[in-house]
Write a protein that binds this ligand. Sequence first.
Ligand SMILES: [Zn+2]
Length: 247
Amino acid sequence: MIDADVVTVFVAALLTALATGLGALPLLFARASDRTMLGLANALASGVMLGASVSLTLQAVDRSAMRAWLGVAAGVVFILVLSRYLHAPHRELGLGSLRGDDALKALLIVAVMTVHSVAEGVGVGAAFGGGETLGILIAVAIAVHNIPEGLAISLVLVPRGASVQSAAGWSIFSSLPQPLLAVPAFLFVDAFEGVLPVALGFAAGAMAWMVARELVPEALGQASVRAVVVTGIASFGAMLVFQAILL
Ligand SMILES: [Zn+2]
């Protein structure tokens, strides 16, 4: 077993963050958005996020079911409070060129995905604590898994008027907790192992809430129920298969 050093951990986690930006690239080829396309984009993003939250929950439960449950509950409460705050009437929201309700959705998805990266940053750092080989394996897995998550973010941002470049930028932003937290998690691996199931559960709860409360209802208002269900379940299944192959 080769011991990793701090620089390796930081660089590996930085590369995983940059990979998130690749998720915006398919949007370069997207046609001008109509309502149905927006509904399908929301359904696709829902499936990806739900798939990611299921695998986060499974990883958390593997470590400690009780802490995982606590984390999920805390994640739901967090996003509930955050969205209450953001939904408050007369609040002038802006995110880049987006305004009003579009900015609200964009802010929510960027916030939720950034919070969920915290758990993954801790995961990468803790894996490097178990040796360089394990660390690199997990970092590669997280990097590849970040690409569809960047796509999920871009699918919410671009149809609402954000440029592909800024969607890539926000995708990378949402993964910045990975390099920032991987290093302390690596240095203090024992302390972080204890909170990891809570952090994983927290991320899963926040993501599941975002899907159920924001993305799915919106998708149903834009595309037919059948199209939303088929797209959502197909992307959910694809994300689960993808993660099973990776880890
Ligand atoms: Zn993730």
